[in-house]
Design a protein around this ligand. Structure first.
Ligand code: SF4
Ligand code: SF4
Ligand code: SF4
Length: 154
């Protein structure tokens, strides 16, 4: 299905408040389609009155970004390779001290590691969001540890 900027715009708060860094909601919609703007950037969308629209927008974002099975999306343009997410991810820390050092282990048996200055996903099956007994509050450690707002779960 081809997604249009208007389709995204209709679901945005349409406040033209510029909080996302773009002059209008339509400008944000166009950037989102180009994978240059992300839903996290629209603060008004987090208000309860927009929750239904936010859910629909996340579905559209998933199609745009082709998120992997866990719906983990890394915005490579924002990632500085600081390693915070790597060293704070609980499965990573439990398997490798190298991973906990933020440098990345030798093998790929970690959720993610730093490679060439960017975080790369190695084994998503190890992410806690894959566990059968995920409680009502799924792990969000990597998102919260990223100073660049580069990780998002759709
Ligand atoms: S922050 Fe949201 S509501 Fe405000 S201009 Fe950007 S897209 Fe529109
Ligand atoms: S959600 Fe948790 S387990 Fe999954 S990658 Fe992020 S920190 Fe690691
Ligand atoms: S915490 Fe954010 S900026 Fe740092 S490596 Fe992870 S994704 Fe990149």
């Amino acid at each position: 299905m081809k997604i249009s900027p208007t389709q995204i715009y209709k679901l945005l708060p349409k406040l033209n408040c510029k909080e996302c860094g773009y002059p209008t909601c339509m400008a944000f919609a166009v950037k989102m389609l180009k994978k240059q703007a992300f839903l996290n950037d629209c603060s008004p969308l987090k208000k309860p009155e927009y929750i239904q629209n936010a859910i629909k927008l996340k579905e559209l974002a998933g199609e745009i970004l082709s998120a992997a099975e866990t719906k983990l999306v890394i915005n490579e343009e924002r990632c500085t390779g600081c390693g915070n997410c790597v060293i704070s991810c609980p499965p990573n820390v439990s398997v490798s001290l190298d991973a906990s050092g933020g440098k990345g282990p030798k093998g790929d048996e970690v959720v993610m590691k730093i490679k060439d200055g960017k975080v790369v996903v190695c084994n998503l099956k190890m992410c806690r969001r894959f566990e059968d007994d995920v409680d009502t509050r799924p792990c969000n450690v990597c998102v919260e540890s990223c100073p660049e707002d580069a990780i998002e779960f759709l």
